[in-house]
Design a protein around this ligand. Structure first.
Ligand SMILES: N[C@@H](CCC(=O)N[C@@H](CS)C(=O)NCC(=O)O)C(=O)O
Length: 210
C-alpha cells in the first residue's frame, strides 16, 4: 500500500489527470474507487462537502480537487512543483484564456454527462447552452492550439496538456462529439495517447465491490 491514495474513479477525467501526473512524475499512487457517484454523504468523497471527486490522501492529510491533488503530488515528487507548468504561471492572454477554456470545458463535460446521460433528461435551454459552450471552447482550442502550446515552458509537464488530453479522451467514452473538424486536437490526442501514462490509465468503469 502506497502512502498516497487517490480517491476517485477510473471513468473520471479529473481523476485521470492526477493518475497520469503521478505516472509522469514516477510516483506510486493507489486508487480507492468511489462507487456511489450520486451519494449525498461527504464521507464517500473523502470528506469533501461539495460531494466531488477526486481527492488525494497523503498520510494523515487529504486534499480535494484534481489541481490540489496534482500540486500535492508534485510537491512530494523528486521534481518538486517546478516539474509542472501550473495555470497561475500563465502570463499571456492567449495562455490564460486557454486555461480558462480547458477548465470550463472539463466542468461542462461533467454537467453535460450528468444532465443528458446519467439523468437522461431531455434538452432544455440551459443544457443546450452548456453543450454549445463546450463545443465552442473545443473549437477555440483547436484553432489556437499551436500558439498556446508554443507558450508553454519547455521541459515541464504542462497541466494544461494533461487536462486537455483527459478531456478529449473522455468525449468518446461518455459524450461522443465529432472531433473530425478539429484536426489539431485530434493530432494532439493521438500523440499523447502513446505515452506510458496514458496507456496505463484507460477510461473504464470501476467494477462494483464484491
Ligand atoms: N474542481 C473539481 C471538479 C471535480 C468534478 O467535477 N468531478 C466530477 C467527476 S469527473 C464529480 O465529482 N462529479 C459528481 C458530481 O458532479 O456530482 C476538480 O478539479 O477535481
Amino acid at each position: 500500500m502506497s502512502a498516497l491514495v487517490l480517491i476517485g474513479r477510473q471513468s473520471s477525467h479529473y481523476t485521470r489527470v492526477v493518475r497520469m501526473l503521478a505516472l509522469e512524475l514516477d510516483m506510486a499512487v493507489d486508487l480507492e474507487p468511489i462507487h456511489d457517484l450520486l451519494s449525498l454523504a461527504p464521507a464517500v468523497f473523502a470528506g469533501n462537502p461539495a460531494l466531488k471527486l477526486p481527492a488525494l490522501r497523503l498520510g494523515g492529510d487529504v486534499v480535494w480537487g484534481s489541481v490540489n491533488a496534482c500540486r500535492a503530488l508534485a510537491r512530494a515528487s523528486a521534481a518538486g512543483e517546478d516539474g509542472v507548468a501550473w495555470p497561475e504561471q500563465a502570463r499571456s492572454p492567449q495562455l490564460l484564456n486557454a486555461h480558462e477554456l480547458v477548465a470550463h470545458a472539463m466542468a461542462a463535460q461533467v454537467e453535460v454527462v450528468f444532465h443528458e446521460i446519467v439523468s437522461g433528461r431531455p434538452p432544455d435551454d440551459a443544457s443546450r447552452k452548456r453543450r454549445a459552450s463546450l463545443v465552442n471552447s473545443l473549437a477555440w482550442l483547436d484553432r489556437e492550439l499551436d500558439a498556446v502550446r508554443g507558450e508553454l515552458p519547455a521541459g515541464r509537464i504542462a497541466l494544461l496538456e494533461l487536462q486537455l488530453f483527459c478531456l478529449l479522451e473522455h468525449l468518446p467514452f461518455r459524450n461522443p462529439v465529432d472531433l473530425s473538424g478539429w484536426p489539431r486536437l485530434v493530432a494532439f490526442a493521438d500523440a499523447w495517447r502513446q505515452r506510458p501514462s496514458a496507456r496505463a490509465t484507460p477510461y473504464r468503469f470501476d467494477p462494483p465491490p464484491a
